[in-house]
Design a binder for this molecule. Structure first.
Ligand SMILES: *Cc1c(COP(=O)(O)O)cnc(C)c1O
Length: 349
């Protein structure tokens, strides 16, 4: 793949900011190069030194966990940063386009809109799978990005793997993003393993869900080293703070938390599905490979309002095309799920 053809020239040719930490990499010495505070910090813990701009320690551990090279990893302030940078490096406002497959995660559209990039929407099918034919028909010479999300938010299902391959095989004149925010809850292997075969592939993951670090903001993009290098060139130099890096390192060393989370969510999700299936008012519980359920209800809007009045906050998706009458429910703790079920039962009683 000739990457240069699909990257905006001013990005390809950018001379990136060179930080003090880029220019001197040693750990020891008298550091008078970065205008840092020599005393320490206004906090008990010292944060006075700028953090590693390329987060090497985290990447070396992640490379092991994700079975890839450190040079294939970009870390961002949430996945949202990777989405935004990707649009900015590949799409020129008024000229290039992206393809979205709604109903899906809202940030692709928001990020494209912020950057004034046109979108072509190819809706998912009735079963929330890719309309591959429709996608192929929508690919134009100015198409630069196709966003796929699997397992998909807000529908919860995984996309057929063969369909994703089909899209990858039919689009090499730009990039295909596979957003795997919920991959830890899925039985599907990650597409990270396919990066070698498909240089135009970008896989997004996050520590916000299974690792329980939504507040920290750590998103990951896995892609060809050429692309990762460009991400690094255009990101704010210190986009991942030192405190975040330290906590992430501790999180990655914790070998039990993610597994416990996955096990609990799986059993609670199955319990919720079987209970919901037997409740009056429930029309359909959609299959889920994520940590949430999309559920179609009779009087969804009224139920949603009632739940709020009972201090149970869910996500009303009933105004989203193809998600009519549906509410997205995050799987909670056993007592929270029991409370939710009781309130739904009360509502339809
Ligand atoms: C939650 C979620 C993310 C994660 O975003 P962060 O910015 O990393 O918190 C990404 N993609 C999808 C589809 C999501 O649902």
């Amino acid at each position: 793949m000739n990457f240069q053809s699909y990257i905006l020239p001013h990005i390809w040719n950018l001379k990136p900011y060179s930080s003090a930490r880029d220019e001197f990499k040693g750990n020891e010495g008298v550091f008078l190069d970065a205008n840092e505070n020599p005393i320490g910090s206004a906090t008990p813990e010292a944060w006075n030194r700028y953090p590693d701009p390329l987060q090497y320690e985290i990447k070396s551990i992640l490379a092991d966990i994700k079975q890839c090279q450190t040079t294939q990893i970009f870390l961002g302030n949430g996945s949202d940063e990777a989405i935004d940078l990707l649009i900015r490096m590949t799409c020129k406002p008024g000229e290039h386009e992206i393809i979205l497959c709604p109903p899906t995660y809202g940030m692709y559209e928001v990020s494209a809109s912020i950057n004034n990039i046109q979108m072509t929407r190819v809706n998912l099918t009735e079963t929330y799978q890719l309309d591959v034919k429709g996608i192929k028909k929508s690919i134009k010479p100015n198409t630069r990005l196709i966003f796929l999300c699997s397992p998909n938010n807000p529908t919860g299902n995984k996309l057929n793997r063969s369909d994703i391959y089909d899209v990858l095989n039919s689009f090499q004149d730009g990039f295909v993003v596979v957003d795997e925010a919920y991959i830890d809850f899925s039985d599907e292997p990650s597409f990270i393993g396919e990066l070698q075969k498909f240089p135009q592939l970008i896989v997004l993951q996050t520590l916000s869900k299974a690792y329980g670090l939504a507040s920290l903001r750590l998103g990951m993009a896995f892609a060809d080293p050429i692309l990762i290098h460009l991400f690094n060139n255009i990101k704010p130099p210190y986009n991942i703070g030192g405190a975040t890096q330290k906590i992430v390192l501790a999180a990655l060393a914790n070998k039990t938390f993610v597994k416990e989370t996955i096990d609990l969510i799986e059993s609670e999700k199955n319990n919720l599905i079987s209970k919901l299936d037997n409740l009056a008012g429930v029309i359909h519980v959609f299959p889920s490979q994520a940590n949430f359920l999309l559920v179609k209800f009779r009087d969804a809007q009224k139920l949603f309002d009632y739940l709020i009045s009972q201090k149970v906050i869910t996500r009303n998706r009933s105004n989203v095309s193809l998600c009519e009458h549906s509410i997205r429910i995050t799987v909670g703790l056993p007592e929270e799920n029991a409370y939710l079920l009781k309130k739904i039962t009360d509502f339809y009683a």
